[in-house]
Ligand binder design. Structure first.
Ligand code: 0X9
Ligand code: ZN
Length: 306
């Protein structure tokens, strides 16, 4: 059973979305989009009222293993969409949601069992690339194929920001790419939940430049920030990722925007401001989820009009 008073393991989260698909087959469907190096499934839940003409929104969590608040918030959003959509505005009801709560299951499990602050996936790297030292994992948020390998990416497989040997070298990022590009959906928004720092970031992340439509993304981000505060949350810092946080190429948000052309592409860095950092106590799950849901409503409304 899913709760929002503690952090859950991957198998619980898969059990939760499989249960929803079984219980509400007209409304929920699970896609297993791939498997990890350690043979765990990577799953996406589609939630849709089936109306023709719905726009599509992608939401993911758990790309970075140690950011436990991210899968917790994403499962909260799933629960709200499945059990309370009637009480949401019309624009929330007429959307096809594709939601991947744990994009990096191997890393997430490793952070629960062995190393709480693990970030990358868990595929072993070629030791000849790092002076014959065996190092594990690629940073999935440096492995996407838009301006891959530019600033903020390491070529050393032992580093936490190692970008991989080529774009989509990793099973997780490749599965996501193939599913998104292979699905005939009218993609309008991309939301990736990370932590921590309380930011709403939009492209570009690879370098300090903005998109031609950045005003639209900025306006919606500011509305989302206001909605977070109205929900009782703190002030989230807003801006283009590279100039607001740091330049980092190969991010999923840049690929969603630059290649798939999902107009409203965001990375949301959830709580907190650094007091607990990645090790955010579970007592913060519900407040963080409520404010994240408020931000999602604003982005979905914009997507519905795009
Ligand atoms: O560095 C990242 O991947 C993200 N921050 S985190 O602390 N969660 O690791 C920020 C990514 C912002 N987007 C891009 N740089 N494309
Ligand atoms: Zn992250």
């Amino acid at each position: 059973r899913m709760t929002w008073n503690s952090y859950h393991r991957t198998s619980d989260i898969w059990g939760f979305i499989d249960y929803l698909a079984q219980t509400f087959p007209d409304f929920c469907k699970v896609f297993t989009i791939g498997q990890t190096h350690e043979k765990r499934d990577i799953k996406v839940l589609k939630i849709s009222n089936g109306k023709v003409g719905n726009k599509a929104v992608w939401i993911d969590g758990g790309m970075h293993a140690r950011e436990w608040i991210s899968p917790a918030v994403v499962t909260y959003i799933i629960n709200q969409l499945v059990y309370n959509l009637d009480n949401e505005p019309d624009y929330m009801q007429n959307i096809d949601y594709y939601i991947a709560p744990v994009m990096n299951p191997d890393g997430y499990e490793y952070s629960h069992t062995i190393d709480r602050i693990w970030r990358k996936n868990r595929r072993p790297n070629d030791p000849t690339l790092s002076g014959f030292k065996l190092c594990y994992g690629t940073d999935l948020n440096r492995n996407f194929g838009y301006k891959w390998g530019l600033g903020g990416t390491s070529k050393d497989p032992c580093d936490v920001t190692y970008g991989g040997t080529r774009p989509f070298s990793e099973l997780e990022s490749k599965a996501m790419k193939e599913f998104i590009q292979g699905t005939a959906a009218n993609w309008k928004a991309y939301i990736s939940f990370h932590s921590y720092g309380q930011y709403i970031l939009y492209p570009w992340g690879y370098a300090s430049a903005v998109t031609t439509d950045y005003k639209d993304l900025q306006n919606v981000a500011h509305k989302a920030g206001a909605a977070i505060r109205a929900a009782g949350g703190p002030t989230y810092t807003i801006g283009p990722a590279a100039s607001t946080l740091y330049p980092a190429a190969g991010g999923s948000d840049d690929w969603a925007k630059g290649v798939v052309r999902m107009k409203y592409s965001y990375t949301i860095e959830l709580r907190d401001d650094g007091r607990y950092g990645f090790v955010l106590p579970a007592s913060y799950i519900q407040v963080t989820s409520k404010e994240a849901l408020a931000a999602v409503r604003v982005i979905v409304e914009a997507a519905s009009q795009a």
